[in-house]
Design a protein around this ligand. Sequence first.
Ligand code: FES
Ligand code: FES
Length: 165
Amino acid sequence: MPRLALTINGQPQTLDAAANTLLLDLLRDRLLLTGSHRGCDTAQCGACTVRLNGRAVKACNVLALQADGAHVDTVESLSDGKLWHPMQRAFSKHHGLQCGFCTPGMLMRACAMADEGVPAEDGAVRQALAGNLCRCTGYEGIVGAVCEGMRRMRGESIEAADAGL
Ligand code: FES
Ligand code: FES
């Protein structure tokens, strides 16, 4: 069985994994990082989104072997449980979730979008979030949250965020 060495949420890990193990299964079943959700298993819903070397990827569509040597960040990396990440605060403020099933993937995609330079504007955010589906919210709160969260992550004023919505 292949042996993997990767860094998960800042912690070096060495694990044995079968060649056909999905990254999502490695995270959820082996490491008990269950924040990444399995919604479809066919790379459509985005509930399993994590960051692989900073890039947002759907963990149900990545083999664990493909993450060998990489840095993987899951939603658990965003907060120590005491202090929320700016994107989490924005989701709370804008009511960007209802059942919460899609939320881990939304948060991880949104954080990657901030680093990718996606404009904090309604249309650009909707386009960049097209691979993440939500069955509850109707997206208004999510889009508002992502716009504000990206501005917070970039150190921009929130007044500007409000004016842009
Ligand atoms: S479970 Fe991975 S995209 Fe839906
Ligand atoms: S909040 Fe329920 S699926 Fe998005």
